[in-house]
Design a protein around this ligand. Structure first.
Ligand code: UDP
Length: 248
């Protein structure tokens, strides 16, 4: 039987830990250790790396930079994070290949789908960097695309500062409730931006890729979510074709 395969989105924010920006070594090493542990427990691991801790294209464009150039700079930020994560994964004993959607040949292979599949089958962790290689979108779209084309059974969206998708922002509204399960349609209609970009979500819906949203900061969250599956009564949100329901 084929091994289970997931694609995990690691946002730039989750690598910055409690810092304002940049990379926090303890957050980085903890995420790397968990990715290696999941692989060692038999799950094929594709990882899509964000860059928002270093550079956000839209923000730079608002400050006056040419927008397309700003987005390319953002994609390069994901390469920097990817190299840091590659290093930490190797230090944790994992075998890893970094594959970029942008050509940065001295530091990474180019992303070629069939080669990525081969790496996964051989038990290597595949780090996807450079986003989609195209401006005006984010790494959420890259995560959806890689999840679909690498035939992942689940896309795991590790979040920073929230443990799932809520009916409203819990910081602003005390009546906000967590969705245990959320239908793609409802998520799109309610424009739940906390989950992921609408275009990325629509791709997941069209290709029936289930999304698990979880708090990447809670202890051992990646291992627990990947290996045990999300405990939706306690935390997290599963987005799929099922009925929308609140926790509890
Ligand atoms: N980006 C892009 N195309 C892509 C992926 C990313 O232009 O396919 C740029 C975009 O400007 C984005 C930046 O790279 O702001 C960093 O990625 P993102 O904000 O998605 O990182 P995350 O929020 O996951 O840390």
């Amino acid at each position: 039987m084929a091994s289970p395969r997931v694609v995990l989105k690691v946002s730039g924010e989750s690598l910055q830990g409690q810092r304002e920006s940049g990379i926090d070594p303890s957050a980085l090493n903890d995420i790397a250790r968990q990715i290696v542990e999941c692989r060692n427990l038999g799950v094929e691991m594709g990882v899509v790396v964000g860059g928002g801790n270093l550079f956000r294209g839209r923000l730079a464009a608002e400050l006056g930079m040419a927008e397309a150039t700003a987005h390319y700079a953002g994609m390069l930020a994901t390469v920097i994070n990817g190299l840091a994560l590659q290093d930490a994964i190797e230090a944790a004993g994992g075998e890893v290949r970094t594959m970029s959607a942008l050509q940065v040949r001295q530091v990474s292979e180019i992303f070629i789908r069939r080669r990525a599949l081969r790496h996964l089958e051989k038990g290597r962790i595949v780090l996807c960097v450079g986003g989609t290689g195209n401006p005006y979108v984010t790494t959420d779209t890259a995560a959806a695309l890689r999840g679909i084309e690498l035939d992942a059974h689940q896309l795991l969206m590790g979040k920073h500062g929230t443990d799932g998708v809520y009916t409203a922002d819990p910081a602003l509204d005390s009546t906000a409730a967590r969705y245990a399960q959320l239908n793609y349609r409802d998520a799109l209609q309610q424009n739940l931006g906390v989950l992921m970009d609408a275009s990325a979500l629509a791709l997941c819906e069209e290709h029936s890729l289930p999304i698990v949203v979880f708090n990447i900061e809670s202890a051992d969250a990646i291992v627990r979510t990947v290996i045990d599956g999300p405990d939706l009564e306690r935390a997290g949100t599963l987005v799929d074709h099922g009925e929308t329901r609140l926790a509890g």
